[in-house]
Design a protein around this ligand. Structure first.
Ligand code: CA
Ligand code: CA
Ligand code: CA
Ligand code: CA
Ligand code: CA
Length: 648
């Protein structure tokens, strides 16, 4: 995290700066700052880790020494807690209280206290937990304002880190929950998070500083910030990291003690020796007005050194506003293979018992998976590399009433058909060849007047074909009836049977609308554009939700791991922008990098009486497993839609 101690200060200062600099905040790259250190001065405090913060309008020194955790105000001892504490880290909870974390190196336990100086018991131990999974080298907090989660990274020295969820929407979890396990370099030493940019910085011994994404649903990629000589400028082991309000970074080298100021792009802006120490390991920062002070400490708990850095920080990175978060209530079994395997869900409604309905999901390597409303895989149809799937009802097959699922089969660019019997068992009902080169997205349509069944299928080239599916009572045939076109690669699509409309997502550009009837004109209309803020390419899954005569379009905005709900009628107003977050009670992770999605507003049984939003989750975590699908009760989204319309 951004520094702990100082973060509290930082947040106050950044508030002030944000106000002053509101004209130049936001999208501009933070301006480079030069910090030149004045000589280090020794404080009258001996500490192994030291922070100086303002809480409830008063200045406190919070530090660890040979006795334990100490809190002083000026010369007055305020509170203490005995133990062999290490890696002291702070996180503001409000203007009047602070979260304090440290590891006890004797019992390898994590300690969390709340420090609220106005309370009768100002220092309260709220958690003590044995950490058996790691030898913890450092602790760092991440408060995501946007996603309303407070988490703590436990950085291990042997190649792994845990992200513990502590709070969600300001509510404490009954038990901290590991929401992500990260693969980090062996010999990782220090971490810190930039709370504004959600960058998690990790130092790897004396070799490198890396940047990861701190969001639990983010991808695992990392980028190199700085590296050791001769390729870069690092010399010693990096024992501590802290972030400044302009998103630049301070890195403390152990021996000889040296403080590096590094821009968020990785350039070393300044280097300062800490002459009083032969070795240093603790670092915190306090920013007040124009002055930035780095406090440096060591394991021997010598007198803390304060380095005042003359700073001209011009730009403070703005905090992202909070986003609406909804929780999944069910997840399907993980795909049997790792990698980008699952793609597109569809729903089959049982004719009389909603709880016996099924979720269909394409497996891009193998075929179609079928899941019960308990999330169990109940059938697998290994027909080949399916991409998208959709369902319609009531088309005779083998002399009996069946329902139909159609899927795009990439192995031979055909339509793969499945007949669904009234017990919910799927049968391979043959294929319809197409002339496509790279078959991709697919959706079904039933004409409200004629009752005819159709499949819309698209090709990566932008070609869209409409096939009518006819039954002779025994078998099904497909006939090409019309072609449509979008300028570049489409995929997700959905048909509104009642109104006779086809919606198609052109992945990088826009959502299109066409008349769905086979005899209609083929000219389309762009109705919703990628804006790189709310709707960020790729546009992936698209679904329709019908509610009280209103119709909504639900779109997967894959580029920012979010979903957008629009009116499905002109002027296609945006109604809700949201994410799918962790469900700690049920132990289900959030959803991200979503490809296909589906909505039904019909009951799917207990918990889903008003239907569900079903999304493919590109990163199935808690624990890390093959991809799966997450189900959010449609009721949760109705509530959010109502809140939004009331606030307007
Ligand atoms: Ca994918
Ligand atoms: Ca795609
Ligand atoms: Ca996930
Ligand atoms: Ca897809
Ligand atoms: Ca999961």
């Amino acid at each position: 995290m951004i520094s702990t101690t100082d973060f509290f200060k930082l947040s106050i200062i950044s508030l002030a700066l944000t106000t002053v600099l509101s004209a130049c905040k936001a999208d501009k790259a933070p301006q480079q700052v030069t910090l030149s250190a004045s000589a280090a001065t020794a404080l009258n405090i001996k500490a192994s880790h030291y922070h100086q913060v303002q809480v409830a309008g008063q200045e406190y020194q919070i530090f660890t020494d040979g006795q334990g955790l100490q809190i002083k105000s000026g010369e007055t001892q305020h509170s203490s807690y005995s133990g062999s504490f290490n890696r002291l880290t702070l996180q503001p909870l409000s203007a009047d209280s602070l979260l304090v974390a440290a590891m006890d190196s004797n019992d390898n336990s994590l300690y969390l206290w709340r420090f609220s100086p106005k309370e009768q018991s100002p220092l309260v131990l709220i958690r003590q937990q044995l950490i058996s999974s790691r030898v913890v080298e450092d602790l760092c907090f991440y408060q995501s304002h946007e996603n309303q989660q407070l988490s703590l990274f436990l950085l291990g020295g042997r190649g792994g880190a845990d992200q513990l969820l502590l709070q969600q929407k300001q509510e404490w979890l009954a038990e901290p929950l590991v929401i992500r396990e990260l693969n980090v370099p062996y010999d990782s030493k220090a971490c810190t998070v930039d709370q504004h940019t959600a960058a998690l910085y990790i130092s790897e011994a004396d070799r490198a500083i890396w940047s990861y994404q701190a969001e639990p649903e983010a991808d695992e990629g990392r980028s190199l910030v700085q590296v050791n000589q001769p390729f870069g400028q690092l010399q010693g082991e990096i024992m501590a990291l802290q972030v400044l309000p302009d998103s630049s970074l301070l890195a403390l080298e152990e021996e000889p003690a040296r403080l590096l100021h590094i821009s968020s792009k990785g350039e070393v802006i300044s280097q300062n020796m800490v002459p009083a120490f032969s070795a240093a390991s603790g670092l915190s920062v306090k920013v007040q007005g124009n002055s930035t002070t780095a406090y440096i400490s060591n394991e021997d708990a010598d007198a803390v050194q304060g380095l005042t850095l003359q700073e001209t920080m011009k730009t403070v990175v703005a905090t992202k506003p909070a986003m609406v978060q909804v929780q999944p209530r069910l997840q399907t079994e993980a795909a049997s293979q790792r990698g980008d395997v699952m793609d597109d869900p569809a729903v089959w409604h049982h004719p009389s018992q909603p709880e016996l309905s099924l979720i269909l999901g394409t497996d891009k390597r193998a075929g179609l998976d079928v899941y019960s409303m308990q999330g169990k895989r109940v059938q697998q149809l290994a027909v080949g590399r399916l991409n998208n799937v959709d369902v319609r009802y009531n088309l005779s097959w083998q002399g009996k009433q069946h329902d139909i699922a159609a899927a795009s089969l990439r192995d031979d660019n055909s339509l793969q058909l499945f007949a669904i019997d009234q017990q919910g068992k799927l049968h391979n009902a043959g294929k319809v060849p197409t002339s496509m080169q790279e078959i991709y997205g697919l959706c079904m349509y039933q004409d409200a007047k004629s009752g005819s069944h159709y499949v819309f299928v698209n090709d990566k080239s932008g070609l869209i074909e409409q096939y009518r599916i006819d039954s002779n009572g025994t078998n099904w045939q497909g006939t090409l009836v019309r072609t449509l076109k979008v300028p570049s690669q489409p995929e997700g699509c959905i048909a509104d049977d009642k109104r006779g409309i086809l919606f198609v997502g052109e992945e990088d550009e826009a959502v299109w609308r066409f008349a769905a009837q086979a005899e209609a004109k083929s000219k389309g209309e762009k109705i919703i554009l990628v804006d790189d803020k709310v709707l960020v390419d790729d546009i992936e899954g698209i679904a329709l939700a019908e509610h009280n005569g209103d119709s909504y379009l639900v779109v997967s905005s894959q580029g920012n791991d979010s979903y957008v709900i629009y009116d499905a009628a002109p002027p296609y107003a945006q109604r809700l922008h949201f994410r799918i977050t962790t469900n700690p009670q049920l132990g289900i992770d959030g959803a991200s990098e979503t490809d296909g999605l589906e909505v039904t507003t019909r009951s799917l049984g207990p918990g889903f009486e008003q239907g569900a939003l079903i999304v493919q989750d590109g990163r199935n975590r808690m624990p890390e497993e093959g991809q799966n699908m997450k189900l959010v009760p449609w009721q949760s989204l109705l509530q959010e839609l109502q809140k939004q319309s009331q606030s307007k």
